[in-house]
Design a protein around this ligand. Sequence first.
Ligand code: ADP
Length: 491
Amino acid sequence: MRILYASSEVFPFAKTGGLADVGGSLPSALERLGHEVKVIMPRYSVIPGDRWEFIKVKDFTLRHGKKEHSLTLWKSRLPGVSVEFLFVSTPLFFNHNGLYSEKGKDHPDNLEGFSLFCRAMLEAPKLLNWKPDILHANDWQTGLVFAYLKTLLRGDPFYRKTGTLFTIHNMAYQGLFPGSNFPKLDLPRNTFSPDILEFYGQINFLKGGLVFADILNTVSPTYSREILTPEFGHGLEGVLQKRRNDLFGIINGADYQEWDPARDSFLPSGYTAGSLEGKSVCKKTLQRRCRFSEKDVPLIGIISRLTAQKGTDLVLDILDELMCLDIQLVILGVGEPDLQEKLRAKAGRYRDRLSVHLTFDEAFAHRVEAGADLFLMPSRYEPCGLNQIYSLRYGTIPVVRKTGGLADTVIDATPSNILSGKATGFMFETASPLSLLTSLRLALCLYKDPLLWKKLVQTAMEADFSWDHSAREYVKLYELALKKVLPRLTV
Ligand code: ADP
C-alpha cells in the first residue's frame, strides 16, 4: 500500500510529545512490512536547517482563505530510514518559537497555518504524481484534511480510491477557534453545524477527523472505550458514540532503536536484563548530575508535560510527605506556569533530595529513564503514554494510575502477579494524593527486597512493545478503510 502519513510533529525533526515519537517510528515499521510511506509535516522555522539536508521539490501556490499563498514542498531523508519525509513551508506561517504556543499562549495564526497545511497535504501527492491508497492523519492539526477531501475534493479522480484513517492521540486538544473565522477555511457554509464542525459556536478541527474520516482509532484499547464517556470524551463523546463501530484502539509501540539501554548513546554505560551493572553506573551519574549523595536509596524519576492531565498537582500534594522518606526525586518537564513555579519553590527547599529541570531535554530524558529506580506517572487520563513503556525497557519500575494506555501496558504488582512472575509495575485506581502515596509506599517497601526487585526489573525489561505488532494492527485498519471506499466507487 502507498500511505501518506500526516502529522504536525515527527521525531527527530520537531517534538513536543508522544505524537512525534509515533510519527518517527510507525512509518518505518510499516515500511518493514512492505508498504511505501511518505510522511508530511510543516517545515517550522525552529527545525534546524543545517542538521538535515532539505531538497526543494517544488514551489506552488494555493488559494486559501480568500488569499493566494506561496508554498514550497521539500523532502528529506534520515540515515538508515527508507521513509521519505515531506515538508511544507510558507513565508506567513510556522515561524514561531514553539510549534503551537509560546509561554503558554497559543499562536494567533494556528487556524490559518494548520488549515493551509491540510490543503497542502492534499496538493503534495499531486505534485509528486504519487496516488496514496491511504491517507492517515493525526490529531486536531490535521483534522480538517478529511473535511477538505470530502467536500472541496469530492469526486476528484486523484483521490477516488483513497481510504482514510484518523488517529486521536489526545481528546483534550481539539483545535478550537472562534466561529467568526469560519469563512477563512473555504469550507461549505453547511459544514459549520453542530453535527459537523461546530462545537458550541466554535470551530472544532478535531471534529473534521471524527466526522469525515473513514476509520478512527486512538492509541490504546482502554482509551478507545474511555472516550465514549463524558469523563474522557471532552464533550465529543456523543460524536464518538455515533461512530463507535468505526472506532478502534491500537497501543503505541516504542522505538527500540532510540530507546534501548543496551545501545543508548546518551548513557554513561549500557545494560541489559541479564547484566544490570550498567544501570548502577547510570544511577550514580544521575545522582551526581542532580547533586544528590551517591547512596543506595530509591531514586524516582518523572518526565512529563507539567499539567493536570499528567497529575503534576497530585505529585505536588504529596511532595512534603515524600520528602520525609529516604528517597531522591528528579523531575524533568515543562508545562503550566503555576505548576512550574510551585515545583521550583519545592526544589529550593529540598535541594539534597529533589532536583527539578524545567526544560525540554531529550538526552537528559534518556539519562533519567536509565538512572532512576522508579518512574512516576499519576496521569488523570493517558491515551497511551510512552514514558512508562520506555521505563519498562530501562528496568525503571513504573508507578502509574490505572487509566488508558497505562492500564494496558503495566502489570500491577499484586501478590498473585508477583508470585506468577508477571508483575512489571504498580498501579492505583483513584486520582487522589492518598492513592498515589499508598501505591508509592508499597513500591518502596518492595524495593527493600533486592531479589524480588530484581525479578520485577527483569520482567519489566523483557516486556515487548515493539512496533511490529501494532503496525500490523494499523494495516488491518487501512484495509477496513479501503473497504469503505468500495461502495463510494460504485455510486
Ligand atoms: P504526551 O502526552 O506528552 O505525548 P507521552 O508519554 O505519550 O506523553 O510522550 C511524551 C514524550 O515526550 C516522551 O518521549 C518523553 O520522553 C518526552 N518528553 C516529555 N517531556 C519532556 C522533557 N521535558 N524533556 C524531554 N523529553 C520529554
